[in-house]
Each structure stands twice: as structure tokens, then as C-alpha cells.
Design a protein around this ligand. Structure first.
Ligand code: PHE
Length: 341
């Protein structure tokens, strides 16, 4: 029996040391120390021993049980440590590995110019207004002193939404003048940037969709001098303090008098070159004093109030600013083009 116990001790210790995981270890515990285990089976036969042998074998049996129990705990601890080490290794983060770069986008050239213009106007006390791109002909034309039958209302130039020509895609941001005068208290100082639509074929200078920035000031004692000062400030801020501007008489139905603003060609300083098509000047925007009929149509007393308005073509501004030769580049979203800004 003593021999049997020693055998069990030897086999069990070897098996325990070789156990590779906690499940195997638990199996070993059951098979040696469990109720039906090998050691227990030996102990159950103690009764057959003589009175002299019993305490001797009993002591050995106890030693074996303790040895096995100790070995199992030790192995369990060892396995736990190994598992932890493995996990730490697996979950370790190598902080020296270069990260995956996050590609930061940037603003579109048109947005750059729009944001700059907004900054300039906000600095002069303007606020920003927004309005619908699907507009009533009433606002887009009629109330801007552009009566039924006016050539600007032609179906060939305008995207009408309804057969009766009462709803359309706005052809200009100028309806925002009427919307602002109708809803906002005087004095008024707003800009209204946004998309406008005209039935133009796409080419280097035309697109059926483009952007304008409308401006409107209505207050007591507003004159052409305010218009000139405001727009000259804008141009000098956007194109540099040395820019030279000129105001040229023009016609718009909703302003009187009307003008266009040209900036002297930056390329040739007015001598005439390819950029300005030999003109020496580059047209930037339309403007004028708000027509009394338009003011009165919005219930404004023209004996007390006067105003000026302007409309800037944002694509044109952007193209001039960055020397972009083809309008289509602005809308094609070719990364080789956009990445340059
Ligand atoms: N709406 C005009 C256009 O599209 C520009 C303009 C705006 C002119 C405001 C005068 C005043 O050409």
C-alpha cells in the first residue's frame, strides 16, 4: 500500500506539472483527490491494515494528499500567471507604431471667397439672410420691377417649375431684397448668399447653377456714396489695398441709378492683356440705389428711407482671385484641382 501511495504521488505530481490549463488541472484534482479519486480509494482500504501499519500509512497518505494539493495550487498559480502574461502581450499597444493618418479636408475655393466676403460684411455691421431657391416669380421678377413680358422672364432663360410661370428656380438672389424688406425691421443691412439658376449651356464661363451674394442696405439718408464706399472696401479687402475700382453706368429694373463695378486688371494694371481680354478692367458685380417702386412695394416710405443693393457673382470673384481659367473646374470636384487651395 505504501508503494501504491508513492506511485500515486509520483504519477500525480508529474501529471500536475504537465497540466496545460485550469480545466486539465481540475480533472487531475478530481481523479486523485475527489470522492472517487485514486488516493481516496487507497484510504478507503486503510481498514484492512494492521494496527501498527495504519498510523504509518495514514501519515504517508496525508503527506501525499498535502503534496498533491500544494502542487495543484502551485500549478494553478503558474497557469494563471502565464495566461496573464499572454494576455498582456496580446493586448499590448506599441505606441511607437506610426498612426493611421486622418485625412483632413479643407474648404472649397468658392467657400473660401464666400467666407472672406462674409467676414468683411459682418465687420461692417451686416447680418446674413437666407431664402428659398425655389422662388415665386412674384419675388424674383414682379416685385423687383420686372413686369410680365420683360425679356428676363423668358422661358428660354429661366427654369420654371409650374406651367403658369408662377414658380421658378430663382435666377438671382435679388428676391431676397424683397423678402428682407418685408420681414425685417429698418434699418436693414444684410447679405444673402446662395445658389441661382439660369438656362445656360455649360462652358468656361457659364453654368446653369452658380452662386451670387446679394447685399442690401436700407436706412435714412443712404446715398450712392455709401454704395461706393462699401463696395470699394470689399474689393480692397479681398484683392489687396492697391486694387483700383471703377463704377460704370448700367441698367437693372430694380435699381435706379444702376452701375457695374469693375476692378483694374491685376495682371496688366489696366494695360490690356489676355486675362482681361484687352479691356484693362474686369467686371465684378452689379449694384445700384434701390428703385423707389421696389421700396414702396414693401411699404417703405421713400421720403424717409433710401437704400442700395448689389449682387456679386461668387464664381467670377473666385476665378479672378485664384486665376482659375475655367468655371467648370469649380464644380467638377477633381481632387488634383481642389488640393491646391
Ligand atoms: N441681380 C442682378 C444680376 O443678377 C445683380 C444686381 C443685384 C444688380 C442687386 C443690382 C442690385 O445681375
Amino acid at each position: 500500500m505504501k508503494q501504491k501511495l508513492e506511485e500515486i504521488r509520483k504519477d500525480a505530481l508529474a501529471a500536475i506539472e504537465g497540466a496545460q490549463d485550469s480545466a486539465a488541472l481540475e480533472n487531475l484534482r478530481v481523479s486523485y483527490l475527489g470522492k472517487k479519486g485514486q488516493l481516496t480509494a487507497v484510504l478507503k482500504q486503510m481498514g484492512k491494515l494492521s494496527a501498527e501499519e495504519r498510523p504509518v500509512i495514514g501519515q504517508i497518505a496525508n503527506e501525499v494528499r498535502e503534496a498533491l494539493g500544494g502542487a495543484i495550487s502551485a500549478q494553478a498559480e503558474k497557469l494563471e500567471k502565464a495566461a496573464l502574461a499572454l494576455r498582456l502581450k496580446a493586448e499590448a499597444v506599441d505606441v511607437t507604431i506610426p498612426g493611421t493618418p486622418v485625412e483632413l479636408g479643407h474648404r472649397h475655393p468658392l467657400s473660401l471667397i464666400l467666407d472672406e466676403a462674409k467676414d468683411v460684411f459682418i465687420g461692417m455691421g451686416f447680418s446674413i439672410a437666407e431664402g428659398p431657391e425655389v422662388e415665386l416669380a412674384e419675388y424674383n421678377f414682379t416685385r423687383l420691377n420686372t413686369e410680365e413680358g420683360h425679356p428676363a422672364r423668358d422661358w428660354g432663360d429661366t427654369f420654371y417649375i409650374t406651367e403658369d410661370s408662377s414658380v421658378l428656380l430663382r435666377t438671382q438672389t435679388s428676391p431676397m431684397q424683397v423678402r428682407a424688406m418685408e420681414t425685417m425691421p429698418l434699418p436693414l443691412r444684410i447679405i444673402a448668399p446662395g445658389r441661382v439658376y439660369r438656362k445656360d449651356e455649360v462652358d468656361a464661363t457659364h453654368s446653369p447653377m452658380f452662386h451670387q451674394l446679394e447685399g442690401l442696405v436700407v436706412d435714412k439718408g443712404i446715398t450712392m456714396a455709401d454704395l461706393k464706399g462699401t463696395l470699394e472696401t470689399l474689393v480692397k479687402r479681398l484683392y489687396g489695398p492697391d486694387s483700383v475700382v471703377r463704377f460704370r453706368p448700367h441698367h437693372f429694373p430694380f435699381t435706379e441709378p444702376s452701375c457695374e463695378l469693375d476692378v483694374q486688371c491685376f495682371e496688366c494694371k489696366g494695360q490690356g492683356c489676355r486675362v482681361c481680354k484687352n479691356e484693362g478692367w474686369i467686371e465684378l458685380l452689379g449694384a445700384g440705389m434701390v428703385h423707389p417702386k421696389v421700396l414702396e412695394g414693401c411699404g417703405i416710405d421713400t421720403e424717409v428711407y433710401s437704400g442700395f443693393a448689389f449682387g456679386i457673382g461668387l464664381e467670377r470673384m473666385t476665378m479672378r482671385r485664384f486665376s482659375i481659367s475655367d468655371l467648370r473646374l469649380i464644380f467638377e470636384n477633381d481632387m488634383r484641382f481642389l488640393a491646391q487651395f
